[in-house]
Design a protein around this ligand. Structure first.
Ligand code: 7RM
Length: 644
């Protein structure tokens, strides 16, 4: 194979960055030889603690139980707000760009502090205290950050639910973590379309009798249903709330948030993160991976409903006193030049986005990018799925004008922050590779038996604990142990396959479990299958991913109907709408294919691997274990003859 293209670190970058090559090598070595010393130093430097820790790390992977900075006390909101007031109270904390171009709001650290204190008091007035869970179902508006930080201030645990999820998904998440309070908006606004958030909450709450309070942010002002006693306007509550709210002193290991993510069963997992370790990890990675410099305008395009929005729109940047740009809209509204217009309008220095957005922009042609100047840009980042080298090159050449290093950052909801990534002044990049581990991170490649491999393909595991790691799955310690710690003893299993090349560079290949990555979002095949079989016409369903130019993966569903049901295009649309209604539009199948039989093993297991071969138009793999090998060859013929 020919050597992949490489991009060397630029001279200017090497001369000015926080961490250069020599510093990285020293830091990485130290982090491995003396992890406790290394992490203690990072924790000291980036976070203000009200009481020091007795022990840096207490790790027992038999249980498994991981405790970082044991005995230490802090408050996350204090770290993101109060301590910045004296030095940068008037600096913009959140720079908001609305869905409508040019409609902007700059919220200073002082204003954000004031809003957080008031809203924290409003939560307290409704009985919310330390350890209580609060659901946040908001669009990309500054109030989302206010609500998260208000929870952190009083020790409540937030569970942000992406605004694109259906009432049913919202209901499941509210019930799973027993949230009693919900924060939402009248509507969301995305690409000019109104999203009925409050109506969705109303529908979800029909099945959540313990929710007693709904705070409603007024975003569009359209009329909504109102339940007196339960529903409260956010703006009215905040205006009349007491502005004094001392931060609650929290233990380093007290929970900060729960965030639901897809796994290989039908039920999403409530990934639990705690306070001290998560904040340290969010802050250090934000500073060094993006080479964040004081005064930079930093823009992460992720929604706060995903972990990237938590760590790199809110906690990392605010802990570092940065200006974080929050964008409500979408890349194509009102035209495909929107991202670049926003970059120029706000003089963005650091842009962090996803391969799916890069490919969508690329598909519109270079002219939309070239209308803008982009001279402010210094660093470009990507996250969410493997980036194909063509999209990487385009991002580098057209968006960054060959001036800006690209950081391709691999991480997960579970890891809390970036794990494998180039540092912009350290690593020669190879398009498509997430390159090397962040200091303190020890990724190891193993084969199916758990033997460590030095090079080649295998499973990606992490051999040492790190402060940002998840602590459990909310309410289900056993599932946590089973999913992450049982497959390979003594290691965290990521669920990803990867390749390690001769230079020690990591190439992430994608999930090895039944989790798909659609446009950078995790979707469990089982979740979609459960939604399909929930439809009265469906007997059985199998969902697989197939390659898709823009979204990375698309969902293909093979469906067997109940006796007496007729396959029709109308039913296909109906099933797609059903999945959208059950889970949300991100899980809507692209293809639905009706089939009288599905390929199964003799023990009755559906062989999704073969369905994937069919959906991707490949030759069929091994069919010898099938109960009836004819089923699959017939299916393949019919699939290929289908009308699309
Ligand atoms: C941050 C986030 C996690 C899964 C992960 C991978 C895939 C993420 C990259 C990537 C290749 C990357 N959290 N993934 N980043 N694959 N290169 N730079 O996305 O929990 O929603 O998804 O996403 O499969 O396991 S997530």
């Amino acid at each position: 194979m020919s050597q992949p293209v490489r991009y060397e670190v630029g001279a200017e970058m090497a001369a000015r960055a926080h961490i250069d090559r020599a510093a990285y090598q020293a830091l990485y070595r130290r982090s491995i030889e003396d992890p406790s010393g290394f992490w203690a130093e990072q924790a000291q430097q980036f976070v203000t603690w009200s009481r020091p820790w007795a022990r840096v790390l207490d790790w027992d992977y038999q249980i498994p139980r991981i405790r970082w900075f044991e005995g230490a006390k802090l408050n996350v909101a204090y770290n993101c707000l109060d301590r910045h007031l004296a030095s940068r109270g008037d600096r913009t904390a959140i720079l908001w760009e609305a869905d409508e171009p040019g409609e902007t709001r700059a919220v200073s650290y002082r204003e954000l502090f004031d809003a957080v204190c008031r809203f924290a008091n409003a939560l307290k007035a409704r009985g919310v205290g330390k350890g209580d869970r609060v659901a946040i179902y908001l669009p990309m508006v500054p109030e989302a950050a206010v609500a998260m930080l208000a929870c952190a201030r009083i020790g409540a645990v937030h569970s942000v639910v992406f605004g694109g999820f259906s009432p049913e998904s919202l209901k499941d998440r509210i019930l799973d973590s027993d949230c009693r309070v919900v924060v939402t908006a009248d509507e969301g606004l995305r690409g000019g379309r109104h999203v009925p958030l409050k109506a969705n909450v109303d529908a979800a709450l029909l099945a959540c009798p313990r929710v007693h309070t709904v705070f409603v942010v007024r975003r569009t002002g359209r009329s909504i249903a109102w339940q007196a006693g339960r529903d409260l306007w956010y703006h009215e509550t905040v205006a009349s709330a007491d502005p004094e709210c001392p931060p609650v002193e929290m233990d380093a290991e007290d929970p900060l948030f729960i965030l639901y993510t897809s796994g290989s069963t039908g039920k999403p997992k409530g990934v639990l993160h705690t306070s001290g370790g998560y904040l340290v990890y969010a802050a250090i990675t934000h500073r060094y991976v993006f080479d964040y410099r004081d005064g930079d305008i930093y823009w992460c395009t992720a929604d706060v409903g995903w972990v990237t929005g938590h760590t790199y729109c809110v906690y990392g940047p605010l802990c570092n006193g940065a200006t974080t740009l929050m964008f409500e809209g979408i890349p194509t509204h009102p035209n495909p030049g929107r991202f670049w217009e926003v970059v120029d309008r706000h003089r963005v220095n650091i842009l962090y986005t996803a391969p799916t957005a890069i490919r969508a922009n690329m598909a519109q042609g270079d002219a939309w990018v070239q209308k803008s100047r982009r001279t402010s840009l210094r660093i470009l980042g990507t996250v969410g799925e493997p980036i194909n080298p063509e999209a990487w090159e385009w991002y580098y050449r057209v968006v960054g004008d060959r001036r800006c290093p690209i950081v391709d950052t691999w991480w997960q909801t579970e890891t809390g922050g970036i794990m494998i990534t180039p540092l912009p002044a350290v690593v020669t990049t190879k398009p498509g590779s997430a390159t090397i581990p962040y200091p303190g991170i020890v990724p190891e490649l193993v084969d199916a038996k758990g033997n460590k491999l030095e090079v080649g393909g295998g499973f990606l595991t992490i051999a040492q604990p790190w402060p940002g790691m998840l602590r459990t799955i909310f309410g289900d310690d056993e599932r946590y142990r089973e999913i992450y710690w049982s497959r390979f003893p003594d290691r965290y299993f990521t669920g990803d396959g990867a390749k390690l090349d001769e230079d020690g560079y990591w190439w992430i290949l994608g999930r090895v479990d039944d989790v798909l990555n659609v446009a950078g979002h995790r979707v469990g095949t089982m979740e979609v299958e459960s939604a399909l079989v929930d439809h009265p016409a469906v007997a059985e369903a199998a969902v697989v991913g197939r390659a898709h130019d823009l979204k990375g993966q698309a969902l293909a569903a093979f469906v067997t109907l109940k006796d007496g049901q007729n396959a029709s295009d109308g039913l296909k649309d109906d099933l797609k709408a059903h999945v959208t209604q059950k889970i949300g539009a991100i899980a809507r199948p692209d293809d639905i294919f009706f089939s009288a039989d599905l390929p199964k093993t003799r023990s009755g297991k559906i062989m999704r691997r073969l369905l994937k071969d069919i959906a991707e138009g490949r030759a069929l793999g091994d069919t010898t274990t099938l109960a009836d090998p004819n089923v699959v060859s017939r299916l393949k013929e019919m699939y290929e003859a289908r009308e699309t």
